[in-house]
Design a protein around this ligand. Sequence first.
Ligand code: GYE
Length: 323
Amino acid sequence: MKRFSFLVLVILLLTSCAARNSRSSNEEKKQYVIGFSQIGAESSWRERNTESVLEAGKKANYKILYENANQSQTEQIKDLRSFIASRVDLIILTPIVETGWKHVLEEAADANIPVVINDRLISKEDSHLYKTFVGPDVPIQGIQTADFLKKKYKDVQEPINIVEIQGSKDASPAISRHDGLVEGLKDDPRFHLVASVHGDFMLSKGREAIKNVTKSHDLKQVDVIYCHNDDMADGVVSYLEETDIKPGKDITICSVDGQQSAIDLLKAGKINCVIECDPNMGEKLFEVVTAVLEGKSIPKENYTTGRVFSEYSDLTKIDKRGY
Ligand code: GYE
């Protein structure tokens, strides 16, 4: 009888230990909830970037609350506030413009919710309000475009007139792609930026923007059109094809992103240079997210890399783009 009660005691102890262990392993496997505030779907690049983030988040077993702000900062701020109210474990923000984030990011900090920035940057003075950034080194893209132009026009003495179709006003890639080009050409007085207009990173607006330029400038006097992304370059090329100016021949077209449509136009000789900007940053982003949640120290900037595809490249070697 005594031996029987001892056995019961041992069984009871073992089952309670097993229950405690399984509870603690469930606790260890807590699924973190991440709020992801995306800008919208203005370009093929953006659509691929969204997919890449969502795929990588799922693969890393995070629960993602995804919001798409349809190009509105007001909407993005509302989305961030709803993540804070839901007490998510971390926020991923792709900021549509550089400024105007201070208050909402302070609210996230007060709620102890870390913020990771995806793709675009916010103003330097607010950089203490996010943990880390994952995205492209954009000023380099402007400099790479300048290098291409210097190579292409190396034997030309006359002035070279450039029209720039910028991305959305106040967006960090629009600011830096402009600054990068200016920086890259600053020592070469042949180059003149004769017009700079915004096309919001959209195909239809790129087309509209170049059409507007023709009201004040004769495109026959323009040597280069520098588009801040491929969708706008697609719009510019489609507009020029309706005129007697041949894109890629009568006028040099430069672009950034490296999406399939631009590579196809490059191969067809209608675009001259495409700077790659890789939208597939999901995996790197979630490595960083995990490090932040585990309290590990990580660099403030985590840059993706990009190549230059131009009329000087071996175009047979370019892989299928996937965006
Ligand atoms: O080049 C453009 C997009 O922020 C770097 O945004 C990104 C830019 C990208 O919509 O196509």
